[in-house]
Design a protein around this ligand. Structure first.
Ligand SMILES: O=C(O)CCC(=O)C(=O)O
Ligand SMILES: [Fe+2]
Length: 258
């Protein structure tokens, strides 16, 4: 076993089906080495269409109702939408159950498809966790995320010791619209570095350069593709000069069932 493999729990990145396709083998090699990998066509065109229309319909609903008086959205839904154009899927599910069960069913079909695909890549013992699942829309560089790991920035480490983000852009990213920038293999060092004290969990550029180093990766991706990374992998929003673009993406976070 290489030192790199020794540092990644083999029960996780290593747990692949005995017989795997070439694509799965490539995925396994990259993810074991780097803690992150791209999976092309993670969602089928139909599944992607369904996800897109569910997300668009939800943003329309939020826009219509964000300022209702008295409020009709839940506090969290309105707050996330207003502060960062975000949608927390756990909160959305409860709301849609009451007002738009059809839209909830649409989300749940996509979530089921994503779970099937994820289990093909890893093993059966994974499920999407709605509590850690979000949709994010960037409208300006102001809300671009600085370097962080999801384990502490999203508070995930308080709930589970391992989580994998399946990041799904709904726009083509890496050229005009911002992708993610990830530090390959940074999960090995980051899992042993104590979290930053206080509520600000991001890491300054200089800190990353001097403490982690490593090659940074800015994947190109088109809608349907997924960028997978574990919750110890350092990443940020790709830095872009233009400030007049809009990009929407989903953060489907998976946890182990056992
Ligand atoms: O979409 C972005 O710009 C950042 C996303 C991110 O940090 C995440 O999905 O964990
Ligand atoms: Fe993140």
């Amino acid at each position: 076993m290489s030192p790199a493999q020794a540092l990644i729990p083999s029960a996780i990145w290593g747990a692949m089906p005995e017989i795997c396709t070439a694509e799965q083998a490539d995925f396994r090699t990259a993810s074991q080495r780097d803690g992150t990998a791209k999976v092309t066509a993670f969602l089928s065109p139909d599944e992607l269409g369904e996800l897109r229309s569910a997300v668009d319909a939800t943003y329309d609903l939020l826009r219509q109702h964000a300022d209702d008086d008295p409020p009709t959205l839940t506090g969290y839904l309105a707050d996330h939408y207003k502060r960062w154009d975000g949608i927390w899927i756990k909160e959305l599910r409860g709301y849609l159950e009451r007002v738009r069960p059809d839209l909830l069913a649409q989300f749940d079909r996509v979530i089921a498809a994503a779970e099937r695909r994820f289990r093909e890549l890893f093993d059966q013992n994974w499920r999407l966790e709605p509590n850690f699942t979000f949709v994010r829309r960037h409208r300006s560089t102001r809300k671009y995320l600085p370097w962080h790991i999801d384990a502490d920035a999203a508070g995930i480490i308080n709930a589970t010791d391992y989580c994998i983000n399946t990041w799904l852009p709904l726009d083509p990213v890496g050229d005009v619209l911002p992708s993610l920038e990830l530090i390959l293999g940074s999960n090995k060092a980051m899992r042993n570095i104590p979290s930053v004290e206080g509520s600000e969990k991001s890491r300054p550029d200089d800190w990353v350069k001097s403490n982690i180093g490593g090659e940074s990766w800015i994947p190109h991706a088109v809608p349907g593709d997924a960028i997978l990374f574990d919750h110890w992998t350092l990443h940020r929003t790709q830095r872009m000069l233009r400030d007049d673009v809009m990009r929407t993406s989903c953060e489907f976070r998976f946890v182990r069932t056992s």
